[in-house]
Write a protein that binds this ligand. Structure first.
Ligand code: GTP
Ligand code: MG
Length: 287
């Protein structure tokens, strides 16, 4: 049954011209398979249908699909490099294991490579080993880590890190936070408090591409409870096609700032729509 369905899709997508209604029906199914939410997938299906029906748009299906996805991905990204506040405070959020701490190392290394000074705030005082993990990353890239004891108040660590940056004229403070399940109320309360105390200039949600559709629920929970400005998606070096990214753009209207593609501290890139579409729909050879 599934094979038959797949065969049909391959057939449809390899055809040059396509019936708009057929496209609007088949495209969502294909996208949901790549972890796009039902809502976004159906929206995109309709967008493609309307473009195909529009006589001015006489492209092939691939071009139409590409243009439609690009339209969804058109939300501008915040610029964290050309900022006019010092220190510029960046808070990182995310459930456990999405890659927050590693990503902070990557962002810190990236900022350093641009000539910026950085200090890290070890505000995950919850998980055993978290402070040591961040300290090791700090040591590796040569940036200072402000830390208190395990179990201490994460907001006061962030407060100290900001004071430290102010006193030493440091450009950026990156605040690591603890991860727990997104249904955990204590986590949300803790994040709200850190946000209130540190008053970040930007809050970034770290999502893991492997989590698939669940990352949309995670994003929604953080959006409703804490708030964030943009997303970093990790583990895009895996088989995960990252369809949830499209839903983050469409359902939550939030842009993706960086894509992380490995465990190393250099495995980070600016999120690029063309690169992403290729990953999302590889067999369509969209170019
Ligand atoms: N393949 C791959 N692995 C990654 C990537 N980013 C992070 N990881 C791995 O994911 C695991 C968890 O990373 P952490 O940075 O500790 O995640 P965290 O969100 O800080 O986790 P908690 O502090 O427990 O909430 C580690 O094994 C990382 O090496 C990525 O882009 N690709
Ligand atoms: Mg961590």
């Amino acid at each position: 049954m599934f094979e038959k369905f797949k065969k049909k899709l391959v057939e449809i997508f390899s055809r040059k011209k396509i019936d708009p209604d057929e496209a609007a029906e088949e495209i969502p199914l294909k996208l949901i398979e790549a972890d796009v939410s039902v809502e976004t997938a159906e929206y995109l299906g309709n967008l493609v249908r309307n473009k195909l029906k529009d006589r001015d748009f006489s492209g092939e299906l691939n071009d139409v699909l590409y243009a439609s996805i690009k339209e969804i991905l058109a939300i501008p990204k915040p610029d964290i490099l050309n900022v006019n506040k010092k220190p510029f405070v960046i808070m990182f959020l995310g459930i456990n294991g999405t890659g927050k701490t590693t990503t902070i190392g990557k962002v810190a290394k990236y900022l350093k490579s641009k000539g910026k000074s950085v200090v890290l705030s070890a505000s995950d005082t919850f998980r055993a080993g978290a402070i040591e993990q961040l300290s090791m990353i700090g040591k590796e890239i040569g940036v200072e880590v402000i830390k208190h004891e395990k179990g201490s108040d994460p907001s006061s660590v962030a407060f100290d890190a900001i004071q430290h940056a102010k006193a030493r004229n440091i450009d950026y403070v990156l605040v690591d936070t603890a991860g727990r399940m997104n249904t955990n109320k204590n986590l949300m309360d803790e994040m709200k408090k850190i946000k209130r105390v540190s008053n970040p200039d930007i809050t970034l949600l770290v999502l893991d591409a492997v989590a698939g559709q669940d990352s949309i629920n995670q994003a929604r929970t953080f959006h409703e409870n804490v708030g964030f400005d943009a997303v970093i998606v990790t583990k895009l070096d895996t088989d995960a096609r990252g369809g949830s990214i499209l839903s983050i753009y469409h359902d939550l209207r939030k842009p993706v700032l960086f894509a992380c593609v490995g465990q190393g501290l250099d495995d980070i890139m600016q999120f690029d729509a063309d690169w992403y579409i290729e990953k999302l729909m590889p067999e369509n050879s969209i170019a």
